[in-house]
Design a protein around this ligand. Structure first.
Ligand SMILES: Cc1cc2nc3c(=O)[nH]c(=O)nc-3n(C[C@H](O)[C@H](O)[C@H](O)COP(=O)(O)OP(=O)(O)OC[C@H]3O[C@@H](n4cnc5c(N)ncnc54)[C@H](O)[C@@H]3O)c2cc1C
Length: 239
């Protein structure tokens, strides 16, 4: 896999405890929406043999000048080292890799199912769709605990206005009584999915989120008669 040395440009808060990292794009780097990179950091005070490595989906579209990835900031050694990077800090990336890319047949609607920060690969797809002015139909079901946890929610609402064939359905699963949210609540299930898909013909389903959600969604799709060839996901553990 190609490996590139690059530079941190900036960090941007995109939801509670959730940071988007903007890094310089190496001249030879190309990716397809839905793909990922490994980010490789040196362990503090150690040489290359002591590297820390983590996979992240790419948020940015292929045509953007920088590469963007995002994650929830938890207290792991990798995320502490990542959060300590400042503008100008050097880091290594390798990739891109991953096959959760858009189906070559643009007539097939894309039904994207995201849980939490699993929204990242879908941001790249939707930003690409906006830049290409594609007529491809996109549906996004986006589940979060609360609006404060929902990365890129404002941008997704704007995308609904600029992409005529895109529909967003966001649901919150843990809002309690104190947060203002008048949209759908509860986990994505068979009834919610069937209603959102409506009359769309033969969608390809893409699933990204916590492992428990990916497993549950595979079961829901199977119960709705969707064949496994029409379901795309990848294993992303250890976040
Ligand atoms: C293809 C792919 C790409 C990914 N890319 C990234 C990345 O770039 N960066 C990154 O940090 N992580 C990435 N992940 C990992 C990932 O999404 C995290 O494991 C996950 O989101 C956990 O953290 P959270 O706080 O966002 O989720 P949580 O807040 O715990 O959950 C998100 C939502 O999922 C719902 N949910 C949970 N279980 C179920 C269930 N059984 N049925 C229905 N709904 C459920 C919750 O109710 C909640 O609304 C990726 C995962 C996949 C599969």
């Amino acid at each position: 896999m190609p490996q590139y040395s690059t530079t941190m440009s900036r960090q941007e808060g995109v939801a509670r405890d959730t940071i988007a990292f903007h890094i310089e794009k190496p001249a030879a780097f190309r990716h397809q929406p839905g793909q990922a990179i490994d980010v490789v950091l040196s362990r503090a005070g150690a040489g290359d043999a002591q590297e820390l490595r983590h996979a992240f989906s790419i948020v940015s579209a292929p045509g953007e000048p920088q590469i963007v990835f995002a994650t929830r900031m938890r207290a792991s050694e990798f995320k502490r080292a990542l959060g300590a990077l400042r503008p100008g800090s050097r880091l290594t990336i390798s990739g891109p890799f991953g096959s959760m890319t858009l189906h070559p047949d643009g007539q097939r609607p894309a039904a994207l199912i995201a849980g939490g920060i699993g929204i990242t690969p879908f941001m790249s797809m939707l930003r690409w769709a906006r830049s290409e002015r594609t007529a491809r139909s996109f549906l996004l079901l986006y589940s979060n605990r609360s609006p404060q946890d929902s990365a890129f929610l404002d941008e997704l609402r704007q995308l609904e206005h600029s992409l005529p064939a895109f529909r967003l359905m966001a649901t919150m699963t843990d809002i309690g009584s104190s947060t203002a949210w008048d949209g759908p609540t509860g986990m994505i299930d068979a009834a919610m999915l069937r209603k959102a898909v409506g009359s769309r013909q033969s969608p390809i389903y893409y699933v990204a989120g916590p492992p428990s959600m990916v497993t549950a969604m595979r079961g829901v799709l199977e119960s709705l008669g969707v064949v496994s060839d029409d379901v795309r996901s990848e294993e992303f553990y250890g976040y």
